[in-house]
Structures are given as structure tokens and as C-alpha cells.
Design a protein around this ligand. Sequence first.
Ligand SMILES: Cc1cc2nc3c(=O)[nH]c(=O)nc-3n(C[C@H](O)[C@H](O)[C@H](O)COP(=O)(O)OP(=O)(O)OC[C@H]3O[C@@H](n4cnc5c(N)ncnc54)[C@H](O)[C@@H]3O)c2cc1C
Length: 396
Amino acid sequence: MDLRYSESDEKFRTELRGWLKQAVPAHGDPPPTDDWDGRLAYDTGWQRRLYDAGYAGINWPKAYGGRDATLTEQLVYYEEISRAKAPYIGVNFVGMLHGGPTLIAEGTDPQKAAHIPKILKGEEIWCQGFSEPCAGSDLANLQCRAVRDGDVYRVTGHKIWTSFAQVADFCELLVRTDPDAPKHRGISWLIMPMDLKGIDIRPLPTIMGESEFSEVFLEDVEIPVENLVGPENDGWRVTNVTLSFERGAAFASEMFQLQEFLAEIVKVAKRVTRNGAAVWDDRGVRREVGHLQAELDALWAMVKYLVSETAQTGMPGMRASAIKLYYTETYQKVCELGMRALDRAALARDDIGGLPNQQILYRAMQSISLTIAAGTSQIQRNIIAERILGLPREPR
Ligand SMILES: Cc1cc2nc3c(=O)[nH]c(=O)nc-3n(C[C@H](O)[C@H](O)[C@H](O)COP(=O)(O)OP(=O)(O)OC[C@H]3O[C@@H](n4cnc5c(N)ncnc54)[C@H](O)[C@@H]3O)c2cc1C
């Protein structure tokens, strides 16, 4: 597929850049990370702006209200929103990047009609109820039980690490509908409204002092059977659809942000002095920046490949795992370099001497979680070994 930009792509870029130039400053600065009311209003407000301007769901089909942009327009979009430092997708992450796409691929017409337009407009926030205390890497081990009772499933169980649970309207919930079937075969994927009786959300504070995710306890929660996505007990297949979206082009715009972040670190290295010389004067540091830049270029080539594959097949393939692994580990290396560039200033949590300490420290701490969230690095390596390289499966 030809991924060079055409005249019409450049026209699209000019229009988008012009819109972002006024829309980004008009939207203002983001609220503090633990101001959940503020974050909800900020993130959903930005999603609404995108929708009103015709840029929401850039790769979603037109039939579902998306823009259905061409492949190269999608790449231009990711470049431009990053260049303009547009607001992050934030609390819309689950709905826009994997809940909505899963419904488009697997949902019934009434499910799509009920949720897709609202997700696109920022009117419906989703969270993901997959992980449990004994089901993370081994997700198919999940025990949350759903028992059919007439028109409802009665659901009881314990979910953990549920990002955005406290602000979500709906949850993509994995439950066990057949405890006697082999573990991958007795799972179902349900849409759970978060305001049902029997749901108890307990936020978990992170190393950054925020409550990004929560434990969610479910006690005899009644979920309508019509909220089942895909056939009963076929939820493992639907889960893999969700995970491929979660690990795939979800990283495209963040890739550019990482490029910008590396450029910021270079500026820091030029300002901070160590033993009378700028950190940037250290040849080793400059070599490291060169290597990281090359890694980011390689990653961008991989993202282009995946976006192209997704455009052809409708779904990201197994290479999504390679991108997830490479992106998150490169992110950590960039953050480590940032901490070293700050030198002594890395001890301060607030910005000092005009240096962006807060941002670098925040990212460095957050980067620890990236190689765990959405499947750990070890699990991505297993997937790459077994399903891309065709190596023998790990012993069970
Ligand atoms: C920031 C963040 C946000 C998250 N958000 C959500 C969310 O919204 N919803 C949700 O459902 N979950 C969420 N998670 C949970 C995430 O999916 C799990 O943490 C992850 O799948 C790992 O599971 P675990 O924590 O149970 O670790 P475990 O599975 O217990 O793994 C522990 C260690 O053992 C290693 N390991 C396990 N099995 C193997 C194996 N077969 N081969 C080699 N090594 C192995 C792992 O790589 C890891 O290093 C989030 C996690 C983070 C960090």
C-alpha cells in the first residue's frame, strides 16, 4: 500500500491544522489529574469538539458516525493532533479505542445504535472489567460468575485495576457463564451499566497519588441478557477482538507525543550542567538520543504497517503485540534518559529553575505501569514467539 501523502492528504492536513490552531487553545489547560469531575468535563468536552468538527472516530465507518478517513489521512491526523499538543483521549480511552470498535465488530444492531453515537460524542464513558485478582496474564482464569435467570444474568465477582471505573457509564465485563466448560470456552462478554444495584467501586491510589483505577465488587448484579455481545460462552473470541484493538493503533498518536517528549529532553540536556559542562556535551548522551530517535522511526514504520493492515482487514493483527512491547519499552528508555538529563533536579517533584521536572517525573513513574497494562511485556513476548514466529507453545 502506498503510504506517501497525496495532494488531498495535504489539503486535509491544512484544514485539520487550521482547526486545531483555534480549538486547542480554546479548550484550555487540563485540570489536575485527581480532579475527576474536571477531567470528565475536559476529556468529554474535547471529544464533543472533535465530533462537532467531524474528526471524531477518524477510522470508524461513516455508517456509525465516524469519519472513515483514508489510511494516509489517519496518519496525518495522528501527526497533527500530536503536533498541536491536542488534549489526550483520557477517560474516552476504553470507549473510543476498544469498547466502541468491539461493538462495531461484534455487537447487535440495537447495541450499536444505543452506544456508538454516544461514545463518539463523549456522552458515554466506558471502563474495562477484565482483570481479577487471579486473572491478569492468565485472563481466561477469570471467576466472575454470571448465572442466567430469565431475562437477566445475575453477576457476582471481583474485578481489579479497572481504569476510569469511578466515572464510567458502562463496563465491558468478562464473566464466566459456564463453569464446567474448559476455561477458554465458558466466558461471555457483557455490557454492564455502571449504575446497577450491587456494584461497589473502591478506588486504588497509585504511586503518583492518583486513583486512576479501582477495585470493582459485584454482588448479585442483574444485567439484561440483551447486553450479551457475541454468543454466550464465545466471549474469549470477542475478548481477543477487544485486545487486538487495545494493543494496536491505540499507540499511534502517543508515538508522536513520545517524539516531542524526546525533543523536550534534548532541550533539558542542553540547559542542565554537570561538572561545569552541559549534559548535552556528553557524547554518550547524544549517541543515546540518536539511537532512541532511530527506534522511534522504526516504531512509526511498524505503526504504519499496522494501520495499513487494519484498514484492509478491519482489525489489527498479531503485530499489535510487537508494537505494544516495543513502544512501552522504548517509552521507558526515553523516560530514563529524561531523569538522567535532569541530573540533581530529578530529586524535585516540582518544576525548578524553569525545568519541566513535573512532566518528566510523572512520565517516568507512569512508564513503569505501561509494560504491565494491556498485557505484560512477558505475555507480548509469548504471543510474538508463538503466534508470529511460530515457535513451540509454552508448556501449560
Ligand atoms: C495502568 C494499568 C491500567 C490497567 N487497566 C486495566 C483496566 O482498565 N481493566 C482491566 O481489566 N485491567 C487493567 N489492568 C490490569 C492489567 O491488564 C494486568 O495488570 C496485567 O494483565 C497483568 O496481570 P497481573 O497484574 O495479574 O499480573 P500477573 O499476571 O500476576 O503477572 C505477574 C508477573 O508474572 C509474569 N507472567 C505471568 N504469566 C506469565 C507467563 N505465562 N510467562 C511469562 N511471564 C508470566 C507477568 O509478565 C508479570 O511480570 C491495568 C493495569 C495497569 C498497570
